[in-house]
Ligand binder design. Structure first.
Ligand code: R5P
Length: 292
């Protein structure tokens, strides 16, 4: 029996397979049957190591379903393994890390208790929305980044006088890291989101440095695409050339991909934390390094 098992739920199966090969682990897959009332029946197949298991499961849509699957896989792993590490490539709920409006529940606090209670001794996430989310966890946590992997991909493209742009001030540090790895300058726009409606506006007035340049909009995630659409429309008005998007997690809810393309984006490039048409950058190597 191998010393290490990788146990995976459906959305992360391909990433887990690549990871298991890299860390020389047994791959344990799961089958899901959904009962008429919506409950999931999860059945795993494969041998779980007595020593250590790595559960790989993104909490992507359907978020609550994939969360209960992740917790169930951790709980099952803990019945056999001494140590269970949970790799949550996309950490859903990470945006609910503080009380923005009075009465809002900080769901990341709830997740902290659930992961601990299920038996995980450590959580590894990839580009978690903000580190504040992990402040609510009492078990070990680690955030690893796919930004260098994304930047490496863009180095292969023939971009004209490129500039890295963050759609908001919250992403400024991320844009800086990307720009350093990629080898360009960076700027960050000013974005405002209405906390009740979720609508976004770009508050920046003019940015002369984007004219005639190819741009890479860098963000942690695309959900509805609202942030990228507004930023692209603004940047196009400033007479930039092509706009590319680099993001770790592309959820692409409600036809977001079409809306983004319609706004004038040439290409969306994301990682396989969430498998879809745009997830062309593989981050299994980065995860393998964190586990070793
Ligand atoms: C917000 O601060 C995040 O970094 C993303 O920009 C945001 O969550 C993306 O959401 P949407 O695609 O719905 O604008």
């Amino acid at each position: 029996m191998k010393k290490l098992s990788v146990i995976t739920g459906k959305p992360s199966e391909e990433l887990a397979r690549k990871l298991s090969q890299k860390i020389k682990a047994n791959l344990v897959k799961s089958e899901i049957r959904t009962f008429p009332d919506g409950e999931s029946k999860i059945t795993i197949s494969g041998i779980i190591s007595k020593r250590k298991s790595v559960v790989v499961q993104s909490i992507c849509p359907p978020v609550d379903t994939n969360l209960i699957h992740a917790l169930s896989l951790i709980s099952k792993a803990k019945e056999t393994s001494d140590e269970v590490i949970a790799v949550i490539p996309y950490m859903g709920y990470a945006r609910q890390d503080r009380e923005f409006l009075p009465g809002e529940i900080i769901t990341m606090k709830v997740l902290g208790k659930l992961f601990k209670g299920s038996g995980a001794s450590k959580i590894i996430a990839v580009d978690i929305h903000s580190m504040l989310g992990f402040k609510h966890f009492s078990i070990k946590t680690e955030n690893i980044s796919a930004i260098a992997d994304l930047a490496q991909y863009f180095k292969k493209l023939n971009l004209k006088n490129p500039l890295v742009v963050s759609p908001d001030q919250g992403g400024k540090e991320r844009a800086k890291v990307f720009a350093k790895e990629f080898g360009s300058e960076y700027i960050a726009l000013e974005k405002k989101r209405d906390r009740k409606t979720g609508k976004v506006q770009i508050k920046t007035k003019n940015v002369d440095e984007v004219a005639n340049r190819d741009l890479i909009l860098v963000d942690d995630m695309i959900s509805t695409g609202g942030s990228i659409v507004k930023a692209t429309q603004f940047l196009k008005k400033q007479k930039c050339k092509r706009v590319y998007v680099a993001c770790t997690h592309a959820l692409l809810i409600n036809n977001a991909e079409n809306k983004i393309k319609k706004a004038g984006v040439t290409r969306i490039v994301s990682t396989n934390t969430i498998p879809n048409k745009t997830s062309i950058v593989d981050i299994s190597n980065t995860i393998a390094k964190a586990i070793k």
